[in-house]
Write a protein that binds this ligand. Structure first.
Ligand SMILES: [Zn+2]
Ligand SMILES: [Zn+2]
Length: 353
């Protein structure tokens, strides 16, 4: 089968022909129908710092935001059946570390991530433990289901940032996670959600198409002035989803006293912040990464109830052979979410370009 792999510690991916894997104990084999390109996959593609630990694992097939159909189950697997339509929580806990023993698998110290530390889903088939599978509600199609993982990351960030009814919120970043946070903050009851990008017209337009009328392009406007204009002061909550260090100081500058800034970006550089200001402003700085099993259940319910609300997040659909093209679209900020659909013929690539 065709698989998109990180084979060497340098920019790019290799398109490899590899055998279809067999499910091991407790596992199932999933035929992939849709797999989204994630911001973290882009970091791996570009080989920016923060992923050096992947070197000894190469070659590894990338791709962790996926949905598909179970085509084979290992003997003894009863929770999932052949033919089930599933999406998969790619973060697998060890079951034995202290966090796992304390029933907090999301904090596992030895977690394995499908598509980063074990072979993922930019391929026609992938194996996964049956315990990581969530059966899809009947009305959730595969491409919507492939959004589950990033929507969970957004939902979890909103839980960590404790968005409450009536809060004013600034989201820095218009990539998938920024948009997912904005959508979940609105669902959590925020009165105003301001979506901020920088020289990112295509994705700011996606934000507006999702109903966010308050957007700021930092290439043309000043953050403080615009936030003041929109909410008449500072905001209750800020979320950072850019990976750009300057955005942490930007975020703190528009956060009201006692407010919470939640960081979700992967930062290749460190940042200096004035701790006296942090203390006097009683600012809370929090980190959010991944999600919990409960978040997965919640987001799948949301997709079943109002899936169409989320579909505009998908801007492009490409075939497996065109995966690298999809990455280039993401890097050039020409796309919000690119979904790789292995069954799509290359010439059939759909979407704006
Ligand atoms: Zn992801
Ligand atoms: Zn563990």
């Amino acid at each position: 089968m065709l698989a998109v792999q990180k084979a060497t510690p340098e920019t790019g991916f290799a398109l490899a022909e590899v055998p279809i894997p067999s499910p091991g104990g407790g596992e199932v084999l999933v035929e992939v129908e849709a797999c989204g390109i994630c911001g973290s996959d882009v970091h791996v593609y570009q080989w920016t710092s923060g992923y050096e630990w992947m070197k000894p694992l190469m070659p590894v097939t990338i791709g962790h935001e996926f949905a598909g159909r179970v085509v084979e189950t290992a003997p003894g697997v009863t929770s999932i059946s052949k033919g089930d339509r599933v999406t998969v929580w790619p973060s697998m806990s060890c079951g034995t570390c202290q966090a796992c023993r304390e029933a907090q698998p999301e904090h596992c110290e030895r977690k394995v991530t499908l598509g980063l530390t074990r072979n993922g889903a930019f391929a026609t088939h992938v194996t996964t433990p049956a315990s990581q599978c969530f059966v899809l509600p009947d009305n959730v199609d595969f491409e919507l289901a492939s959004l589950t993982e990033p929507l969970c990351v957004g939902a979890r960030a909103v839980e960590i940032g404790e968005v409450k009814l009536g809060h004013t919120v600034v989201v820095l970043g218009v990539g998938m996670i920024g948009l997912a946070i904005a959508l979940m903050a609105r669902r959590a009851g925020a009165s105003t959600v301001i979506v901020v990008g920088k020289d990112d017209p295509v994705r700011l337009e996606v934000a507006r198409s999702l109903g966010f009328s308050d957007t700021i392009d930092l290439a043309a406007f000043d953050l403080t002035t615009e936030v003041q204009r929109i909410v008449g002061g500072k905001v209750d909550r800020v979320f950072e989803a850019t990976g750009v260090t300057a955005s942490i100081r930007d975020g703190l500058s528009v956060l009201r006293r006692g407010g919470v800034l939640t960081v979700t970006g992967i930062h290749s550089k460190s940042v200096e912040i004035g701790l006296t200001d942090l203390v006097r402003n009683k600012h809370q700085l929090r980190g959010s990464h991944g999600a919990t099993r409960a978040t997965w259940v919640t987001v799948l319910k949301l997709l079943a109830q109002c899936g169409e609300e989320f579909r505009p997040l998908i801007s492009h659909r490409v075939s497996l052979a065109e995966t690298v093209h999809g990455f280039e679209l993401s890097i050039r900020k020409q796309a919000s979410k690119v979904v790789v659909m292995p069954k799509l013929a290359p010439a059939n690539t759909k979407g704006k370009s």
